[in-house]
Design a protein around this ligand. Structure first.
Ligand SMILES: C[S@@+](CC[C@H](N)C(=O)[O-])C[C@H]1O[C@@H](n2cnc3c(N)ncnc32)[C@H](O)[C@@H]1O
Length: 386
């Protein structure tokens, strides 16, 4: 396929998203319907779709239309690419620009965040918001968590280099390596199969370390999902970790992942979870994922005010039910991959009003400006002796 034909394919996929399809399924459906497209074409088309999704609002403004065609035009303008080289009308390319489309729009270009969140983001980031906005328009770097139960960071960096992947250590996160490339093919290597590393953002690793799992004897990962934090908690503590999730099917990959990592994990149903038992209850709460929208831009496209409310209610419910399992003098680590106050400190404050036996000890916020995903964590201690 020519580069111009790839943009035309991306425009088709974006139209499907505008019509209500999810990003990944829309890309896959296009692939199934166009078997002739090779793997390089598919990858390039998917990259364009992701780039547009990261710039969902600004591309529509710059292309003067909320369609796939308009957003392709907007993306080209954002990148300073001459649009007439893509809108050629030749072969499978998009039709040439109309006189109307050739006119540059004069309206201000909006931030690439859901409009109903702009006020809260302005409160969080103040004058840094334009810089934050520019960061979320770009792809996120690829970080690895070294499985220190099996190897050291230096050895892994050497083995990765031999396998053709350049990775450098991040000074302030002792378990993290940052890849210089896209990391394509990394999970097909023997190094991955042997459990020497996991793909995990450096911010995520910092948040787990912040909970000090190495000081806990009994650890419950209350919202374990696919088990990313479970494995990190097990590696950092060197202990068996209990994994739980309200939706047990989300944990289906944990046994295999734990085996590969050499981690000890017990998966327990809600009904079997002992009360007042764990030194550390890690609550990786359901959230908007606003801190990781560079990786999952569909998350911001699909977020509605109703869904935002539902998520915040789910956070309170998770905190409330998780608190039953904390041992006296034990602690909850409440964590989100969100940069929004209303999912972070405001939730913790309302939790205190309800449960007066918990006190906040310390918290950590990470935002994109350190070029890692945005996270928040707060450690809440159970000061009850009962
Ligand atoms: C942010 S995801 C967890 C990601 C996971 N910890 C990881 O590192 O891969 C949040 C998880 O919380 C779960 N969840 C939501 N409400 C819950 C509740 N009340 N109790 C337990 N789990 C809950 C969801 O099913 C979802 O899997």
């Amino acid at each position: 396929m020519t580069p111009a034909a790839r943009y035309a394919a991306a425009a088709e996929i974006v139209d499907a998203i505008v019509a209500g399809e999810r990003l990944e399924p829309a890309i896959r459906a296009w692939g199934r319907a166009h078997r002739f497209a090779g793997s390089k074409d598919r990858r390039a088309i998917a990259d364009i779709c992701y780039d547009i999704a990261r710039r969902w609002w600004s591309t529509a403004a710059l292309g003067s239309a909320e369609t796939g065609r308009g957003r392709v035009l907007g993306l080209l303008r954002a990148r300073g690419v001459a649009a007439e080289t893509v809108f050629t009308g030749q072969g499978h390319a998009l039709a040439p620009l109309s006189a109307q489309e050739i006119l540059m729009p004069s309206d201000p270009v909006p931030y690439d965040f859901p409009p109903f969140l702009i006020r809260e983001l302005e409160e969080v980031f103040g004058s840094r918001l334009p810089e934050v906005n520019a960061m979320v328009q770009e792809r996120a770097p690829v970080d690895l968590r070294v499985n220190t139960a099996k190897t050291s960071r230096e050895s892994l960096a050497r083995l990765l280099a031999e396998a053709g992947f350049d990775a450098v250590p991040l000074d302030d996160v002792p378990t993290a390596l940052r890849l210089s490339g896209s990391g394509r093919g990394l999970t097909e290597t023997d190094l991955f199969a042997e459990g020497l590393f996991e793909l995990q953002d450096a911010g995520s690793q910092q948040i787990v370390a912040f909970a000090k799992p190495e000081t806990a004897t009994t650890i419950l990962d209350y919202c374990a999902g696919g088990g990313g934090k479970t494995l990190a908690l097990a590696a950092a503590s060197g202990r068996r970790v209990v994994a739980h999730d309200i939706a047990p099917r989300r944990m289906k990959d944990i046994p295999n992942r734990a085996r590969r990592a050499g981690a000890s994990v017990d998966i327990i149903d809600t009904a079997d979870l002992p009360e007042r038992c764990f030194d550390l209850v890690y609550v990786d709460a359901p959230c908007t994922g606003s801190g990781s929208w560079r990786r999952d831009p569909y998350g911001k496209i699909s977020l509605t005010e109703q869904r935002f409310d539902d998520i915040r209610h789910a956070q309170v419910a998770a905190l409330r039910s998780a608190s039953r399992h904390v041992a006296p003098q034990g602690r909850i680590a409440y964590a989100t991959c969100s940069v929004l106050k209303s999912e972070n400190n405001l939730q913790i404050n309302s939790f205190f009003n309800e449960f007066d036996f918990m006190i906040s000890e310390r918290n950590l916020s990470i935002d994109f400006l350190s070029d890692r995903d945005g996270f928040y964590a707060n450690i809440i201690t159970n000061i009850s002796n009962l």
